[in-house]
Design a protein around this ligand. Sequence first.
Ligand code: CA
Length: 223
Amino acid sequence: MRILLAEDDGTLRETLWQALRQAGHGVDSVADGRAADSALMTGTYDLVVLDLGLPHLDGIEVLRRLRVRQDRTPVLVLSARDGVDERVLGLRAGADDYLVKPFALRELDARVDALLRRAAGGLARLTHGPLELDSTGRTVTANGKPLNLTVRETDILEALMKRAGQVVVKARLTQQIGDWAGEVGANTIEVYIHRLRKKLKPCGVSIRTIHGLGYLLETAGEV
Ligand code: CA
């Protein structure tokens, strides 16, 4: 899993970075709120570990901006022992859980795992405009009527729906469908995107190509 770690205390950041890496996660770490905000706008993460007291842009504001973008990436907030108001503010701004400093690394591990599990379950039903995707049953409907998508088209649509409103980089799509061992060539994604576009067009959903970046799922009427 890919985790963004935002913590301005260098020693703590290094410790947390190592602990998360040891738990098998890919970790990007940033030391201030502005860097966290831009990392969240450009990258895709499965979880954010977010210190609330950050320079340049505080953690609450980073979190608030994330949720305004309709990004539901789970956020684990780190706060000071006496920061009750801060924690309440964090939870209200859309944090999923919090840890009070100082905490044991075992506890961090447990909270991170719990959030990732919860997020995986919460994504069983994805919606975007008229589309509804049932991740468990692998079925897609548009306005309640079944859309006839192949397994692979469903995989790609799922990756796009998980990040609806954001550009999904091509590498991420390739990674998402990585189980099609050896089959994903340079043009494979384009072929599936082309087929998906045709099937989604009648229900007013389109996939925009952002050249040099990736793809963006849009519904009619969106700018
Ligand atoms: Ca801090």
